[in-house]
Ligand binder design. Structure first.
Ligand code: T1G
Length: 694
């Protein structure tokens, strides 16, 4: 068995080096070998102090997540940490990189903690549906106080060495020479008695402040089961003796490991890394073009957001708008954004100024001549975009990549307006572009492999979840959004209210329901989409003309103070409006539909199962390469609740047989509405297969 923990000596100091790439996860082998080395070092009379450090670019980043689906295996981490803490010789933790989860708990069990400047500290267990399971909820409040512990244990806060020093999590920071500094320090403390965190009382704190902050945190994490349980374990630390607190924490942790939410969150964790590995491989599959300067065409909400995204990555960007006022508005958005980052302490003055100056402005398309990549973000109209691309084709240098930020339109049709369709690609950012992680990279049949590889690589550089998708109406994300909104409209025709549908979808875990979302993004956007696709709508879709009725009444959503809901002055949350109720009554009467009460289960099934069906079509048609793509598109672009694992992960939890049966029960209505049930989905159901396990 290869060594994942080695014991070295520096005179009377024992150095225990953990070497388990890539992140020094505390696998069973690491725990076994760490135990062995601890016995050896603690039992050796010539050893007066110990240092625990890690090879590679990070200290232990946590327990081994890959083991969580296995039964618990000795040696158990809490026991190992108790052995360290109870040692009669001082143990120093030498910390660098991502000191997360079990790695931080290991550091807390040591008697002294020394960190390199770049180290970061977190207890991300709640983001995996767990709670810390090796003393994090019991030792952290003792060492750093209940309030600091609350932010990390329940809020999942990630802190740097400055903050770690401030709250007493670490004792010292060194710029370099971490290991030799730790060894020198070990000589100094060798004769001192060990400082055991467990023996420290929790410093007094204001319970009212604690409880108020805890409530705030939990309100932002609604639907997740782990945060309240992590809070409970943390609160017990103040009420129970240490050992009892540890036992309570361990009991909760063990129960959480096999919870459906923990399974779902583990699935997402690995799905994100599978996608990242696939994108890296894809980006390596072709020679990439260097993208050092970018021009963005259109200084509206999306254009300025994309420019911010690029500047935040350090890429010089030219923001172009032929309308001087629009350009000025874009400039203001940029300046206000960085002023805000400065005021919130997210950036220091130099960095805010540096990034602001990375963005330059111009009013002529000819100014894009030097750009390696040009991203068009003008009005969502095909003819307008084609005209912009005709001009870009004149001004862009040979080899420049021309990208459109369209969210629905045919990228091939846009590319056909140029003499270089191989250089044209879709880069569908999500608003706000500087925040949302998803980037759909839309490939056309003509796009050159190196153009696709270059843009995927840029996506990763921007910190985006960049997903290659095929060119179709709505690509992947918006195509699923469109079928959900269409089905929601049919539900209104049949008797549901907008508030019923939105309540059910929000209750599932989405940030908002389809009608709240439509009011936010604009009834006029939907109206224009329906106008543009009139020839593609089925008769039933065409007759379900609620959008046209709202549009005709000037109800464009939040922007006009009313849409499906009415918005009081300054209110973002709408209220039910008699106009809409009346509109639906008359619409149903005109359509000869007798309204019926529609239960929550049917609302949820209808909205989600049509999406699952459409996702199966996306896979069948090769619009996406993988099940993970579908799940991550909706997790990172549309707020699918992460603790439900993703749309197709959820489909597997429901059971494809259940989904297929429901879809076949709706087949008649589907036929009238032009909705085709996926043959692949039906076959998978018959064969007892699943999306996530094949
Ligand atoms: N266990 C197993 N594998 C892990 C892992 C872990 N904890 N963390 C990362 N990996 C794998 C990952 O799957 C990928 O594998 C490779 O390492 C590189 O990861 C007891 C119970 C540390 C910030 O939640 O946040 O401790 O794809 O691409 O971008 O109370 O990894 O190459 O095959 O993310 O440089 C708590 C999770 C666990 C940390 C590095 N710890 N990891 O980011 O690399 S629960 C975490 C991260 C726990 C205790 C509880 C990041 C990173 P592959 P990567 P990166």
């Amino acid at each position: 068995m290869n060594s994942t923990v080695v014991l070295q000596r520096d005179g009377e100091i024992a150095l225990l080096l953990i070497d388990n790439p890539p992140v020094n996860a505390l696998s069973r082998q690491v725990r076994e070998q760490l135990l062995e080395c601890l016995h050896q070092a603690l039992g050796d009379k010539t050893v007066t102090a110990l240092v625990i450090a890690s090879e590679g670019n990070t200290f232990v980043a946590g327990a081994d997540i890959k083991e969580f689906d296995l039964p618990l295996q000795a040696p158990h981490l809490p026991d190992l940490l108790a052995m360290i803490e109870n040692a009669t010789k001082p143990v120093i933790a030498a910390l660098h990189g991502s000191v997360f989860g079990g790695g931080l708990e290991l550091a807390l069990a040591c008697h002294y903690r020394l960190a390199e400047g770049n180290a970061r500290f977190a207890l991300p267990e709640v983001s995996l549906g767990l709670i810390p399971g090796a003393g994090g909820t019991q030792r952290l409040p003792r060492l750093c106080g209940a309030l600091a512990a609350l932010e990390m244990v329940v809020g999942g806060e990630r802190i740097d060495t400055a903050r770690a020093l401030q709250i007493g999590l670490i004792d010292k920071v060194v710029a370099t020479e971490l290991r030799s500094s730790a060894i020198s320090w070990a000589y100094e403390v060798a004769q001192r008695p060990p400082r055991r965190v467990r023996e420290q009382p929790i410093p007094a704190y204001d319970a009212a402040v604690f409880n108020e902050r805890a409530a705030q945190l939990l309100s932002k994490l609604s639907g997740q089961e782990a945060p309240p349980l992590a809070l409970e374990a943390l609160q017990q630390a103040s009420r129970l003796p240490f050992e009892a607190g540890m036992a309570h924490e361990r009991e909760i942790f063990i129960a959480r490991r096999q919870s459906p939410q923990a399974h779902a969150l583990r699935h997402v964790f690995f799905a994100e890394r599978e996608l990242a590995a696939r994108v890296r491989a894809h980006a390596r599959s072709a020679p990439t073009r260097s993208i050092e300067t970018v021009a963005v065409i259109g200084a509206g909400l999306m254009g300025s957001g994309i420019a911010l995204c690029l500047a935040n990555t350090g890429i010089p960007t030219l923001l172009v708008d032929t309308q001087e006022q629009a350009l000025e508005r874009g400039r203001l958005v940029v300046e206000r954004y960085y002023q805000g980052s400065l005021e919130k302490g997210k950036l220091n003055a130099d960095e805010a100024s540096r990034r602001t100056s990375l963005i330059r402005y111009a009013t002529t398309l000819s100014s894009v001549a030097d750009a390696d990549l040009i991203i068009e973000a003008v009005f969502e109209d095909l003819a307008i975009k084609q005209e912009v691309f005709r001009q870009l084709d004149q001004f862009a240098k040979p080899g420049a990549i021309l990208a459109t930020n369209t969210s629905y339109l045919d990228v091939t049709a846009i590319a056909s307006a140029t003499s270089r369709p191989g250089d044209v690609i879709g880069m569908h950012f999500f608003s706000p572009a500087q925040v949302m992680r998803l980037l759909e990279v839309v490939r056309t049949p003509q796009v050159l492999p190196e153009v696709l590889a270059s843009v995927l690589q840029l996506g990763a550089r921007l910190g985006k979840t960049a997903i290659a998708v095929g060119n179709c109406y709505g690509f992947a994300g918006n195509r699923l959004l469109a079928v959900r909104e269409r089905e929601a409209g049919f539900l209104l025709e049949e008797g549901a209210s907008p508030q019923d549908v939105d309540r059910v979808i929000r209750g599932f875990g989405f940030p908002m329901g389809p009608f709240e979302l439509r009011d936010l993004s604009g009834v006029d956007i939907a109206w224009r989409n329906r106008q543009g696709r009139a020839g593609h709508l089925s008769e039933a879709e065409r007759r379900c003309d609620l959008i046209e009725q709202l549009h005709a009444a000037g109800r464009l959503g939040q922007k006009s103070g009313a849409g499906y809901y009415r918005y009081e002055q300054g209110q973002r949350r709408g209220v039910a409006d008699e106009f809409v109720s009346q509109m639906l009554v008359e619409h149903r009467r005109r359509r000869g539909i007798t309204p019926r009460p529609i239960g929550d289960d049917e609302i949820l099934a209808r909205c989600l199962f049509v999406m699952i069906n459409e996702a199966a079509h996306l896979l069948e048609q090769g619009i996406v390469d993988s099940v993970n793509d579908i799940d991550l598109v909706w997790l990172h672009g549309y707020g699918f609740p992460r603790y439900k694992g993703g749309l197709l992960y959820y489909a597997d939890q429901v059971g494809l047989a259940t989904v297929a049966t429901a879809l076949s029960n709706w087949a008649r209505a589907f036929a009238e509405r032009g909705i085709e049930v996926s043959g692949m989905l039906q076959r998978m159901a018959e064969e007892g297969r699943s999306f996530t396990h094949g």
